[in-house]
Design a protein around this ligand. Sequence first.
Ligand code: ADP
Ligand code: ADP
Ligand code: ZN
Length: 206
Amino acid sequence: MKLILLGAPGSGKGTQAAYISDKYDLPHISTGDLFRENIKNETPLGKKIKSVMSTGQLCPDDLTVELVKDRLEEADCKSGYLLDGFPRDIPQAVALDEFASPDVVIEIKVDLAKVEHRITGRRSCLSCGGSFHVDFIGNVSKCPKCGDELVIRKDDNPITVKERLEVYENQTAPLIDYYKKQGKLVVINGDQSIENVFSDIVKVLG
Ligand code: ADP
Ligand code: ADP
Ligand code: ZN
């Protein structure tokens, strides 16, 4: 099963990906997590993308496609993958179609007016990729999943959120039509509880 999660920043892709990856035994590949890991480890790639990522703009397509291509060639992706945050524009989707075209694309659709609250209250774990919200876990400093440090992402502030939503509408949202035309798009209502969003996804995937 080759799966893509599509949706605005804060729509719940990372949250749902963790559940899907567990249930269907698929490697969860988040380009955002991969980029953050590279920044944390101060790799050459990390140095190249650090400043653009903090503005909320997209990292260059060639670097991003290469990163995903290399990751999908690893052994754990032989029987499928779960991509979260990739592709994020038409050129990336066209590139992906050339090496590992998806079977199903799940769009998590949310009211864009509500995502700022979700993003500014997000607490992220850089170790396990966990994503939480202060509304649910309170103002704790340790990851409920793995016990490591929780952080507020540098780009999770109201100004950058605005920028990221614009990038989403201009560059990423056209993918909805792209995959609709391929007959691969499934739309899920993301404005419900985490459990209900997941159960709707399971109904689709079986
Ligand atoms: P994305 O990966 O799409 O940016 P996340 O999964 O990180 O989104 O979720 C963004 C924030 O919203 C997190 O703080 C998360 O805990 C919270 N969240 C995710 N799904 C829901 C939901 N269905 N209802 C309320 N809050 C949610
Ligand atoms: P969110 O969960 O809020 O949607 P991500 O963690 O997916 O955020 O992405 C954070 C940032 O990483 C993006 O704003 C962008 O700068 C960069 N990024 C992630 N995925 C991609 C991609 N496929 N193409 C280009 N840039 C990306
Ligand atoms: Zn963790």
